[in-house]
Design a protein around this ligand. Structure first.
Ligand code: URA
Length: 435
C-alpha cells in the first residue's frame, strides 16, 4: 500500500477499508508514514468525516497498536466510565468505589487534565502518596481483590493514540467527532472492560458545545463499542456551569469526600448516583434502573462507598489519614474573593474561562508535562439562576500568589449578571443506548 493512494481516496471522499486503516495506523506508529502525510490525512478526515464502519475500523487499528488487557480471569462483568471532559467533574472519585462496593469490578483507566479541563489522576495525586502508575500485574491484582483501580494508561496501551493526538493538537484536527471517538475508544477498549458508561458533556465548558454535536459523538462512541462487543450507555450532561462548587485538584477531592459521606452538592450527587445506576445495570446487578438507583443511594448512606474509597486509596499507596481530615489536603496560601459589581441574577457562566483561570493559577496544564499545584483552585458561591447583590462573593480563588489580578478579572468577567433567571436545564439532558 502507498500512503499517497489512501490520501487521494480520502480526499475524494471514498471509504477506506479496515485493511487500509490498519495499514495506515501500523505504518504511522512504525515511523514509515511521516507526519506530513498523516497531517494531510487527518485534515482530509476532518473535512470529509468517516462512515460508521471506518470509525470502528480506525478505533480497532489504534487499539491493536499496543497491548490489550485481558481481564477475563477476574470474575464479574467489568464496567468502566468515561467522561469527555469538563470543569469541576470529580464524579469518578466517588463513582468507582461506590460501584465497586456493590460488587461490580471497575477497572478505570483515567487521564490527566489538559487545557481548561481537569483530570482524575491529578485530583487523586493531591492525596499524598497516591500512585496512579500501577504495573499491569498490580492493576489486575487490585481489581481482583478490591474490585477497583484508577490508573494511568501505561505506555503500551494504544500508543497510536498518543502519537496521533500530539499531531492533531498542532494541526487543528482535534475537533473531529470520528477522530475523537476513535481516540477515546482505542484507550477505553484497551483496559479490558466489558461495558462502559459515557458521560458526554455538552455546553460552554465542554468539547461539544451543542446537544446535536454531543449526540453525534455519543452515537459514535456507542457504535464503536457495539462493534467491539462492549455494552454501553451514553448520558449527555450539562456543562454550562462547573459541576459542583469546586474546581482544582485538592478542593475537588474534598468535595468528592463530602459526596462519599452522603453530603455535598446536589448536582455531583445526582450524576454520581445516575452513572452508578447505569453501571450496576450493565454489570448485571439488576435490570431495573430504579432498583440500581436505590442500591447506589443505600451504599452512600450506609458508608459502604466511603469504606471502599478508603480501601482504594490505601491500596494505591495514598495516606488515608488525609481522608478523615480533608483540611490537611494541600491548601493554598491565599483565599481571594471575587465580588459582584452589579445586582441581579446569574444568567450565564463562561465555564471554560473558569477552568482556564484555575489552570493559569497552576492547577492545570497548558501543555502536556507541565507541573501542577494541587492546592490552587476556585470555589463557586453563585451558580446559574442565583440572585446576586452588589459586593456579593461570586467565587473565591485559592492561590499561591497574593494578587492574581488577571485571574480575578477573568473570573469576574465569566459571570453574566442580568435581570431574569435563565430557564433551568436538566443536568442529564438525554440518555442514549445501543440498538
Ligand atoms: N479525549 C480523547 O481521549 N481524545 C480526543 O480526541 C479528545 C478527547
Amino acid at each position: 500500500m502507498r500512503m499517497v493512494d489512501l490520501l487521494t481516496k480520502k480526499r475524494d471522499n471514498q471509504e477506506l477499508t479496515p485493511a487500509e486503516l490498519d495499514w495506515l495506523i501500523q505504518a504511522y506508529v512504525a515511523g514509515d508514514v511521516p507526519d506530513y502525510q498523516m497531517s494531510a490525512w487527518l485534515m482530509a478526515t476532518y473535512f470529509t468525516g468517516m462512515t460508521a464502519a471506518e470509525q470502528s475500523a480506525l478505533a480497532m487499528a489504534m487499539l491493536h497498536s499496543g497491548d490489550v488487557l485481558d481481564l477475563s480471569d477476574i470474575p464479574g462483568i467489568k464496567v468502566d466510565k468515561h467522561s469527555t471532559g469538563g470543569v469541576g467533574d470529580k464524579v469518578s472519585l466517588p463513582l468507582a468505589p461506590l460501584v465497586a462496593s456493590l460488587g461490580v469490578p471497575v477497572p478505570m483507566i483515567s487521564g490527566r487534565g489538559l487545557g481548561h479541563t481537569g483530570g482524575t489522576l491529578d485530583k487523586l495525586e493531591s492525596i499524598p502518596g497516591f500512585r496512579v502508575d500501577l504495573s499491569e500485574a498490580e492493576f489486575r491484582a487490585q481489581v481482583k481483590e478490591i474490585h477497583q483501580a484508577i490508573v494511568s494508561a501505561s505506555g503500551d496501551l494504544a500508543p497510536a493514540d498518543r502519537k496521533l493526538y500530539a499531531l492533531r493538537d498542532v494541526t487543528g484536527t482535534v475537533e473531529s467527532i470520528p477522530l475523537i471517538a476513535s481516540s477515546i475508544m482505542s484507550k477505553k477498549l484497551a483496559s479490558g472492560t466489558n461495558a462502559l458508561v459515557f458521560d458526554v458533556k455538552v455546553g460552554n465548558g465542554a468539547f461539544m458545545q451543542t446537544q446535536a454535536q454531543a449526540s453525534k459523538l455519543a452515537q459514535a462512541l456507542l457504535a464503536i463499542s457495539q462493534a467491539a462487543g462492549v455494552r454501553a450507555v451514553a448520558l449527555l450532561t450539562g456543562m454550562d456551569q462547573p459541576l459542583g462548587i469546586t474546581i482544582g485538584n485538592s478542593l475537588e477531592v474534598a468535595e468528592a469526600i463530602a459526596i462519599l459521606h452522603n453530603r455535598g452538592p446536589q448536582d455531583v450527587r445526582q450524576l454520581t448516583i445516575a452513572e452508578a445506576a447505569h453501571m450496576l445495570v450493565l454489570g448485571g446487578k439488576t435490570n431495573s434502573l430504579e432498583v440500581a438507583t436505590g442500591m447506589a443511594e443505600d451504599a452512600l448512606r450506609d458508608g459502604r462507598a466511603w469504606r471502599a474509597f478508603k480501601q482504594l486509596v490505601a491500596a494505591q499507596g495514598g495516606d488515608v489519614r488525609v481522608l478523615d481530615a480533608p483540611q490537611t489536603l494541600p491548601k493554598a496560601a491565599y483565599q481571594i474573593p471575587v465580588r459582584a459589581k452589579s445586582a441581579g441574577v446569574v444568567t450565564a457562566i463562561d465555564t471554560r474561562a473558569l477552568g482556564v483561570a484555575v489552570m493559569q493559577l497552576g492547577g492545570g496544564r497548558a501543555k502536556q508535562g507541565d507541573a501542577l499545584d494541587h492546592a490552587v483552585g476556585l470555589v463557586m458561591h453563585k451558580k446559574l439562576g442565583t440572585p446576586v447583590a452588589v459586593g456579593d462573593t461570586l467565587a473565591t480563588l485559592h492561590a499561591n500568589q497574593p494578587d492574581p489580578a488577571a485571574q480575578v478579572a477573568q473570573v469576574a468577567a465569566a459571570f453574566t449578571i442580568g435581570a431574569t433567571a435563565p430557564t433551568p436545564q436538566p443536568l442529564i439532558r438525554q440518555v442514549l443506548r445501543q440498538d
